[in-house]
Design a binder for this molecule. Structure first.
Ligand code: GLC
Length: 405
């Protein structure tokens, strides 16, 4: 099967990651049998539910037809460019037709290959495909074998893990991101991560891999916080929309649309990506509250997306009204604190041609004196409840002049 795949040359990291850097905004989806009890994806472990009990959720796991289509539509309309789905979380329940497990959505539960449905739905919406895969598996008898000195048991477990990654990288066409999680008690040698990722890359030239197999690979994954990696190193903040990854019926602590945009603009300003999670309900639907938030985020993205996709770190510095980024001939200023009718920005060392308030489309009056750029004619009140954005177009490349701090 593998030998029949064309062996395309592996592009360099910069080439492989160009689309990912451009995308900036993605969706994370935590969905599995843990949605049935509705107490988050760690319920089996936190409540010490024996596997024999836990597996009783499987027959009740009945995602409604078309749920993957709903996820993809929600992501695309939210202005996201890629999605990452938990193909198997720590509980061991596989959302695809794994030949290496008895606990799959094809053998137990809906009798459907949800990964196949998901990949197809994403492609229909022009979204890149990310697969989350948990290395640890609480349901596998061998998952702690090595810790208990049972090398043969560990070898069997590794064969299972490597085999599943092989399935995911073989059976669903082009995969864009492999998102590991749960390296748990083992280091990269314990997982034979070098060999594992080498195999994945061979099967999927161009694959982007995160750092959670204990090898640095392509990008860092700060979880529920913003932490920029050193320049040159890619990173992606992954965050919950409320307090849980998987569906939790009692979690009402959602981030507001404004908070989401504030995080997104902060992250892009710091040159990172933002992957925001939803935890679908037991039947796979996007929770109404999450859908409403993402609708508002999407409306903002339709007006301001140009300032997010492809925008990157700039030498222009923070301002008390917001954070700048740069793209082509433009500097974008995310106005997280609205300035009122005028604003003074500094550090301009090249001629500015035009300044626009993206949120209304209006061109602003500008005066450029030395390093100072003054803009007038903004509406007195903030024109977008999620935050306004300025687009400042230079005659040529933006040039920042160092100012004393
Ligand atoms: C943690 C949690 C896990 C979640 C992940 C997302 O590792 O164990 O439940 O999937 O973070 O980053």
């Amino acid at each position: 099967m593998i030998s029949s795949l064309p062996q395309l040359p592996d592009p360099t990291r910069a080439e492989r990651m160009a689309w990912w850097r451009e995308a900036r905004f993605g969706m994370f989806i935590h969905y599995g049998a843990y949605a049935i009890p509705g107490r988050g994806e760690w319920v089996m472990n936190r409540e010490r539910i024996p596997f024999e009990e836990y597996r009783k959720f499987y027959p009740r796991f009945q995602p409604r037809p078309g749920c993957a289509e709903e996820w993809a539509r929600t992501a695309a309309e939210g202005g996201m460019k890629y999605v990452t789905l938990t193909t198997r979380h720590h509980d061991g329940y596989c959302l695809w037709d794994s030949k290496l497990s008895e606990h799959t959505t094809v053998k137990l539960g809906p009798r459907r290959d949800l990964v196949a449905e998901y990949v197809e739905a994403l492609r229909r919406h022009g979204l890149r495909v990310g697969l989350y895969y948990s290395l640890k598996d609480w349901s596998h008898p061998g998952w702690l074998a090595k810790q208990n000195g049972d090398e043969a048991g560990h070898a069997a477990f590794l064969e299972y893990v490597h085999g599943q990654v092989r399935e995911l990288c073989t059976n669903y066409g082009k995969i864009d991101v492999l998102w590991y999680d749960g390296p748990g008690p083992y280091d990269e040698k314990g997982w034979r991560a070098d060999e594992l990722n080498g195999m994945a890359r061979k099967l999927q030239p161009g694959l982007i891999i995160n750092c959670r197999s204990h090898l640095a690979e392509d990008f860092d994954t700060p979880e529920n916080h913003v932490a920029a990696s050193p320049p040159g190193r890619a990173w992606e903040s992954n965050m919950t929309l409320n307090d849980n990854w998987g569906w939790h019926a009692g979690d009402f602590n959602h981030k507001s649309p404004r908070e989401v945009i504030r995080l997104l603009t902060r992250i892009v300003h710091l040159d990172g990506n933002f992957m925001l999670n939803i935890g679908p309900e037991p039947d796979g639907r996007v929770p109404a509250e999450s859908a409403a938030i993402l609708r508002q985020v999407g409306a903002w993205m339709r007006v301001h997306g140009e300032a997010i996709h492809g925008a990157a770190r700039t030498n222009f510095q923070w301002h008390h009204c917001g954070w700048p980024t740069e793209k082509g001939n433009c500097v974008y200023e995310y106005l997280n604190n609205y300035p009122g009718t005028s604003i003074v920005l500094t550090g301009f060392a090249a001629p500015v041609r035009r300044a626009t308030l993206m949120s209304t489309g209006q061109e602003l009056m500008l005066g450029q004196h030395g390093e100072k750029l003054t803009l007038w004619g903004l509406p007195p009140r903030e024109p977008d409840p999620l935050g306004a954005v300025l687009k400042i177009e230079f005659e040529g490349k933006p040039k920042y002049g160092v100012v004393p701090q």
